[in-house]
Design a protein around this ligand. Structure first.
Ligand SMILES: [Zn+2]
Ligand SMILES: [Zn+2]
Length: 384
C-alpha cells in the first residue's frame, strides 16, 4: 500500500501549510506563531482535545478512536535555525537570519496531515497524542516537555518520530534498532598552576605542560579504554593559555566534545576523563577542574518498536530497517528515554544536506510521512 488515498487528496493543502511554515520560521522555544497555525489546523481537523503552552509554545492534541485502548504519541518538531536561506524558492524565509533548514516545517506538516486523516476516520482503538514541540535544535524542548510530565499527563505508552534525510529517495524510510544518534557532552577543563618568569621555570607550576600532557592522555581513553567495537569520539577543540613570550601563565583552559552512542560508553568515558585529569594534574603539580556541558543523550530505538515501525513503513515505501547511525544528536532522545518507541528517517531525495542554506523539504515526502503516521496509529491500536 503506498500513500493513503485521502492523504494524497490533501496534497495541495499540505503543500500550502508546509510552504507557509517555511516562509515564517521561528527559533527555539519561541514558536508561538507556528503553534497558533498548528492549533488552527487541528481545530479544523476536529481533534478532541488541544493543550497549548507545553514547554512554552508546544502543543499536544488528542484524537480518540472508535474504541477505548492505549495511547501512542506521534511527535513533530516546529523550530527553525538561526541562518540565512539561499534556496531562491518562492516560499523562502521572510525573516532574515532564520530558516527552516532542518525540515521541521515538513515534520509539522506531516503530522497535521495524519491528524486530519485520523480525526476523520478514527479506525483505531485508543488515543493518538500528537506532540508538536519547540526547541529541538537548541534548548531541548522535548526534554522540557518530558520534565513537565507530558508522558504521564496524557498516559502515552509509546512514541514515534520521523526526520527528513537528504540522500535517501523521496518518501523512502530508514531506521535502525538500538542507538541511532549520539549523545553530546561538551567539556571544559580549567587548569590552575603558578605563573612566573619563563626563564625561571623551577619557580612555576606550568599549566601549559599539563594541558599538553592532558590532550595526549585523554586520547588513550579512546585507544585503550573503549571497546574497539563501539563508537567513541573525544575531540579536544580548544586550548587557551598565555599572553607573553617570557611569561609562564598561571592558568590554561582545554575544551572539547565527547560523542557516544551507548550509555555505558558515555559513563565510562566521563569517569576515565575525571581520573586522567586528576592524575595528570597531580603529576604536574597543578589543579584541574572538569565541567561537562551536557547535551542530548543518545537517541536509542527500542528494537521491537523499531521492527514494528519499519514493517509499517515498508508497507508504504521501500524501507531499510537496519540503516546507518550517525554522530549527530536529537532531542527526541528524551522521549525515547521516557517511553519505548522508534525514530525513523524519511527520504528527501538528492538535495543539499540539512543545516545547509540550500536545503528545502520535499513536499511529496510529506504525503509518505503522513501516511506512515496514520497507518502506524491504526496498526498500533487495532480495532477489536
Ligand atoms: Zn537540525
Ligand atoms: Zn532536525
Amino acid at each position: 500500500m503506498p500513500v493513503i488515498n485521502r492523504i494524497a487528496g490533501l496534497a495541495p493543502e499540505m503543500k500550502a501549510w508546509r510552504r507557509h511554515l517555511h516562509a515564517h520560521p521561528e527559533l527555539g522555544f519561541d514558536c508561538h506563531a507556528t503553534a497558533a497555525f498548528v492549533v488552527e489546523r487541528l481545530r479544523a481537523a476536529g481533534v478532541d482535545e488541544i493543550h497549548e503552552g507545553l514547554a512554552t509554545s508546544g502543543v499536544v492534541a488528542l484524537i480518540r478512536g472508535r474504541e477505548p485502548g492505549p495511547v501512542i504519541g506521534l511527535r513533530a518538531d516546529m523550530d527553525a535555525l538561526p541562518m540565512d536561506e539561499d534556496t531562491g524558492a518562492a516560499h523562502a524565509s521572510t525573516v532574515p537570519g532564520r530558516m527552516h533548514a532542518c525540515g521541521h516545517d515538513g515534520h509539522t506538516t506531516m503530522l497535521l496531515g495524519a491528524a486530519t486523516y485520523l480525526a476523520e476516520t478514527r479506525n483505531f482503538a485508543g488515543t493518538v497524542a500528537l506532540i508538536f514541540q519547540p526547541a529541538e535544535e537548541n534548548g531541548g524542548g522535548g526534554q522540557v516537555m518530558v520534565a513537565e510530565g507530558v508522558m504521564d499527563r496524557f498516559d502515552i505508552g509509546r512514541v514515534y518520530a520521523l526526520h527528513t534525510l537528504p540522500g535517501l529517495p523521496v518518501g523512502h524510510f530508514q531506521t535502525t534498532p538500538g542507538p541511532i544518534l549520539a549523545a553530546v557532552d561538551d567539556f571544559r577543563i580549567d587548569i590552575t598552576g603558578r605563573g612566573g618568569h619563563a626563564a625561571m621555570p623551577q619557580e612555576s607550576r606550568d599549566p601549559i605542560i599539563a594541558a599538553c600532557a592532558l590532550v595526549q592522555a585523554l586520547q588513550t581513553i579512546v585507544s585503550r579504554n573503549a571497546d574497539p567495537r563501539e563508537d567513541l569520539v573525544l575531540s579536544v577543540t580548544q586550548v587557551h593559555a598565555g599572553s607573553a613570550d617570557n611569561v609562564i601563565p598561571a592558568t590554561a583552559v582545554v575544551r572539547g566534545t565527547l560523542r557516544t552512542f551507548l550509555p555505558g560508553m558515555r559513563a565510562m568515558a566521563r569517569a576515565r576523563m575525571e581520573a586522567v585529569i586528576l592524575g595528570t594534574a597531580l603529576a604536574h603539580g597543578v589543579e584541574a577542574g572538569l565541567t561537562f556541558i551536557e547535551g542530548y543523550p543518545p537517541t536509542v530505538n527500542d528494537p521491537a518498536e523499531t521492527a514494528f515501525a519499519a514493517e509499517v513503513a515498508a508497507g508504504i515505501a521501500p524501507t531499510n530497517p537496519e540503516g546507518m547511525r550517525d554522530m549527530g544528536a536529537e532531542d527526541f532522545a528524551f522521549m525515547l528515554e521516557a517511553r519505548p518507541g522508534a525514530y525513523l528517517y524519511i527520504g528527501n531525495g538528492d538535495t543539499p544536506g540539512v543545516h545547509n542554506p540550500g536545503f528545502d523539504f520535499d513536499d511529496e515526502a510529506a504525503l509518505y510521512g503522513a501516511s506512515f503516521f496514520a497507518t502506524l496509529a491504526e496498526r498500533a491500536l487495532p480495532l477489536g
